[in-house]
Design a protein around this ligand. Structure first.
Ligand SMILES: O=C(O)CCC(=O)C(=O)O
Length: 274
């Protein structure tokens, strides 16, 4: 699906775009059923090749390597609702950045947020790192990481929605209140951060944002849980964030296009004797 001019304009201006109904009701249902099959899982436990993980700061539960959880999850790797957009913003097609494909997923997980849970402020102008780079130069986007956050439940007021500071992907300064709201401090959230806005979503919507934008979430105060899936895409020469590796079974059943995004790898060149 071609990237439209308005999306390009808004992504550049604000650092994110919201794609309504990116997933069909049937897709959302299948993904939720897949997660129901995995749960309950405690941090540190495995379900096949899916690993339950948490940062331990009341931030909720991550089901890492969620693309291992079956066909509905594999479809997300190159989903037509966002893959062209992501390729456009990460860039690299047909350039020296192209390494047997133009994309690589360095982390993918389902995230479950319960009442009282949130994630604090991170990214933005501080600390400056390659993964958080936002760059447009010479007619091309070259973003270090573009995230696709898919809502599997409706996310409205009180539901612990994603919060962003629009435009902060171009900021050169630390938010003056960063220390007070930053991620990895116990119980932190983005509630009350000057300049931050909640993104309300319906189940099936996808938020596409450059990881360099200052973001985090509101604290969930409503009963029930918020479910999202997050895929992080970067250039094909990147590496796995946490050190997980795709299973042989997954690689064997993926289409070539999907395998190239999960594990971009050129044929190995070795001397004949090796
Ligand atoms: O959970 C959220 O809504 C925010 C996600 C987030 O902080 C991230 O993807 O880095």
């Amino acid at each position: 699906m071609a990237v439209d001019d308005l999306e390009t304009y808004l992504f550049d201006l604000k650092g994110y775009i919201l794609k309504k109904n990116a997933l069909s009701c049937e897709e959302v249902k299948q993904l939720n059923t897949g997660i129901d099959t995995i749960m309950p899982l405690e941090p540190g436990e495995w379900f096949g090749h899916v690993h339950a993980h948490s940062y331990g700061t009341n931030d909720g539960l991550n089901l890492q390597q969620i693309y291992e959880a079956g066909a509905p999850f594999e479809c997300l790797i190159d989903h037509p609702s966002w893959i062209d957009c992501v390729k456009h913003f990460v860039g690299g097609e047909g350039t020296f950045d192209y390494h047997h494909g133009s994309l690589f997923i360095d982390e993918c997980f389902a995230h479950i947020r319960q009442p009282g849970e949130a994630i604090g402020l991170h990214s933005g102008g501080y600390p400056p790192i390659h993964r958080n780079q936002f760059r447009y130069h010479g007619g091309r986007f070259m973003c270090g990481q573009v995230n696709v956050l898919m809502a599997l439940t409706d996310i409205g007021p009180g539901d612990g929605g994603t919060m962003v500071i629009p435009g902060s992907h171009k900021s050169n300064f630390m938010h003056p209140h960063f220390e007070r709201f930053k991620m990895k401090s116990e119980g932190s959230s983005v509630d009350g951060v000057e300049g931050a806005e909640v993104v309300n979503m319906s189940a099936g919507d996808a938020l596409i944002f450059v990881d360099g934008i200052s973001h985090g979430s509101a604290k969930r105060i409503n009963p029930g849980e918020r479910r999202v899936i997050i895929f992080r895409y970067g250039p094909s020469w990147g590496n796995f964030r946490h050190g997980y590796k795709p299973s042989g079974d997954l690689l064997a059943r993926l289409t070539t296009e999907r395998r190239t995004i999960v594990q971009p790898q050129k044929p190995h060149l070795r001397p004949p004797s090796a």
